[in-house]
Design a protein around this ligand. Sequence first.
Ligand SMILES: *Cc1c(COP(=O)(O)O)cnc(C)c1O
Length: 413
Amino acid sequence: MAAHEPKRLPRVDLPADARLDTIAVREGLPPSQYGENSEALFLTSSFVHPDAATAAARFANEEEAFVYSRFSNPTVMMMERRLAALEGTEACIATSSGMSAILLLCLGLLQAGDHVICSQSVFGSTIKLLGGELAKFGVQTSFVSQTDVSAWRAAVRPTTKLLFAETPSNPLTEVCDIAALAKVAHEAGALLAVDNCFCSPSLQQPVKFGADLIVHSGTKYLDGQGRVIAGAVCGSARIVDDKLMPLMRSAGMSLSPFNAWVVLKGLETLGIRMAAQSERALALAQWLEAHPGAERVYYPGLPSHPQHELAMAQQNGSGGAVVSFIVRGEDAEVARRNAFHVIDSTRICSITANLGDTKSTITHPSSTSHGRLTEAQRLDAGITQGMVRVAVGLDDLEDLKADLARGLDTLGA
Ligand SMILES: *Cc1c(COP(=O)(O)O)cnc(C)c1O
């Protein structure tokens, strides 16, 4: 077996100091022999080798080349390289969904007896996966406060291997301190993984604050137009190439080339979409804060947000594109009725729990995304019956205000 460096695939020839917007439209693989300007979609399950010896070298990883699309495909690799460059990590591995990215990360890094510390405010399916499915295999998870770093520190055990955070949280937009959590993780000899779905690398690069691994639901802002389910894990080559890639080869939660291509092209507009959607979200949050129909507004870009300063430092001065608010109502029943009234009075917003789309979406978290929790669990998490979440897209701001005003201006008692 050759001990020398394996033969690598070529890189796109970009200046070393190319900035994010340029990377977002250029990073990937050099074009094929045909010189296409827009990246090609390679719909092929396997790849042909010139001879048996080359095939052997490729299967033995002595030569980086495409072999079989369960674990290597040029279109998928272009997306992985582009996302890694945007996150500032050495490597990235694409997965079939955001949840399979988290599954891949956990299966690749954990074993029976290991302990995980996770925010109690992460995506609901992440709580089910860590607290339920993985517990069956002897991995214990402690769920702690999103914002209280001392609770994370107090939860550390000798067996703690992973800290898992998601910031800002859904739907309350609570922000956790990535640098502080990285410190807790590293002092414990553990890794910090951050689900960067809500900000995307265009607003927040968790590795800059010491995170070791980034998880993405490509379904949200990376595609950005609500077309595909996709996911990814970004991190060091040591973890991604040596631990996760072999697991991908045997477990196969692969992203299809077509979905990778959609995300790849979505990344080209990520920066301008995030900027435009966040700008609209801030203006909408300010407008809601001044509206008597809204009792409270949750948006990291507002000075009234409890972690406003931390969010601004961590999120590149942006609050992101998700705004939640509590509709007025003297008790839970009235608040719920009023929240439904606001949602049902919209004519533009899509009534769906998805987010990260150019089409603005509106949802009632208590009865949809957080409907599987008990009312006590919801209240613990601060999700009341009057809460409405808007994931602001590219709809015109004045149209969005009018859409919400239709209900907010006509609330019942
Ligand atoms: C949607 C979402 C996921 C799961 O992603 P899928 O692509 O739907 O599997 C994980 N984390 C967060 C924060 C999400 O919003």
